[in-house]
Design a protein around this ligand. Sequence first.
Ligand code: GUN
Length: 294
Amino acid sequence: MQILDGQFVSQFIKDELKLETAQLVVEGKKVPHLAAVLVGNNGASETYVGAKVKTCTEIGFKSTLIRLEESISEYKLLTIIEQLNNDADVDGILVQLPLPKHISDEKVINAIHPSKDVDGFHPENTGRLVQGLPAFVPATPHGIMLLLEHYKIDTKGMHAVVVGRSNIVGRPMSILLSSNTNPGNCTVTICHSQTKNLNDFCRQGDIIVAALGKPEFVTGDMVKDGAIIIDVGITRVADASRKSGFALKGDVHFAEVAPKSSYITPVPKGVGPMTIAALMKNTFKACLDRNSNS
Ligand code: GUN
């Protein structure tokens, strides 16, 4: 069993981006600028957005964090996105999800200009991804592909079982793994909350991507020997013994599954850091694309 070390690989990618950004400065070119919008006070969202902004600083990107009250109207939020769309200095825009219930995710995502949609959630980018055209790929599945690539894992012909069908992870993951790329070229099954005999599907997986958000859902008996395990889950579970009051749990029961696997991502320090590295790559690309067009 080998750990897929997202912390290490993400650092490698960030170091590369840092050098490339320094080169932009030497050439007198614009550095990438990410604008992150955080609505309300969700603790997990605060942590994620904080990590994204901090990473921008580490690698020499510019960042703007826009914090908004939970009670902000949908109209006001859409106005702010329009301003960011029209701001020539901003290359990438992300609005951290989930949003408060009175705001439509769909309207907000659709309002972001596709050329600045570094989360890859806009339907134009989703459509381009499905058709195999250049697109911004959602950061979590993009990061997972970069991790498989780094470890030179040849996935051709494998049966990948993706558990979860969200627009953020499961669906784009299934498209990437089935693409004619390396890594890729898998036969993909998507399982979800209505899947019958989910355990049987999981046991057939050469690769399992667990992205359903249920702590320790995938247990040892659901995994075949030698499977590659990608754990996307990161749920805060109450733990009075910790100073923070919670522990982070993946969707995979690590102690049971790790001994049976060939490769496995830990939680934390697996997929999470790769998501941030992939977002930074998307932001860098957005900056280059926009500057080469101006
Ligand atoms: N919420 C959970 N994951 C993500 C993500 O990748 N991007 C944004 N914007 N919100 C999220």
